[in-house]
Design a protein around this ligand. Sequence first.
Ligand code: B1M
Length: 213
Amino acid sequence: MTDLNKLYQAILAGKLEEAVTATNEALAAGMEPQAIINDYMIKGMEEIGSRFEAGKAFVPNLLMSARAMKGCLDIIKPLLKGSKDSTIGTVVIGTVKGDLHDIGKNLVASMLEGCGFEVINLGVDIESGKFIEAALENNAQIICMSALLTTTMNYMKEVIAAIDQAGLKGKVKTMVGGAPLSEGFARSIGADGYSSNANAAVTLARQLIGLNS
Ligand code: B1M
């Protein structure tokens, strides 16, 4: 029986090698990749965030935890893929201008890929023009935006306005997500949908392109 508390603790302490070892052990023991992510890795990130908020952890701690989380996700990512042979739709995804958080966004991108979408991952700090350019270039049906800061989430409204101005309203759907967002916020900025986690993002993306969830 694998002690997954070791994984949680390693992410929390920002210990990359220990986190990677614990992830490999859990996979070798037959644990579901999604459960490893949701029940241990994300929990570790949530706890470091709470400590940061309480002044008990600092930016270097966040960076180390993020590095450990990324190392584990790199191992798990290929296992989230491969259930579909052909592409069911194309999604452009990025973290909006001013925001450098990308762990959750990359998780959403991996899940979408794993469920048969072609995903154009633009990275972080993305301006409206880049979202639109990539959507047009790749004939994307969906633009997916992520924000983790209350100061950057409002930029999503500007992206949606730019999409309308480019004449793409209705042709390219918009999905938003990230810890400070809510369904109400998404509605208030005119987004076509909001999802609170990577699994829900896949269901929503399928709905937006007219497939059953
Ligand atoms: Co930052 N940070 N950070 N940080 N950081 C938060 C977000 C914060 C809540 C911490 C806190 O105070 N408790 C706080 C924001 C407060 C606020 O805005 N109200 C904060 C702050 C303040 C900052 C800085 C300003 C700190 C500073 O410099 N003083 C700074 C800002 C930098 C910038 O962006 N311009 C900063 C920097 C950083 C690091 C670079 C050190 C690092 C990021 C590294 C990286 O991403 N490569 C970092 C980290 C790691 C965090 C916390 C601890 C963890 C975020 C994370 O990765 N979570 C975070 C605290 C927290 O969230 N508890 C915090 C795990 C991830 C799997 O979850 O990203 O929520 P999440 O994604 C989920 C869902 O939200 C959803 O699905 C994902 C998977 O289920 N989702 C989507 C996300 N995007 C989606 C898009 C979709 C759908 C669903 O599209 C449709």
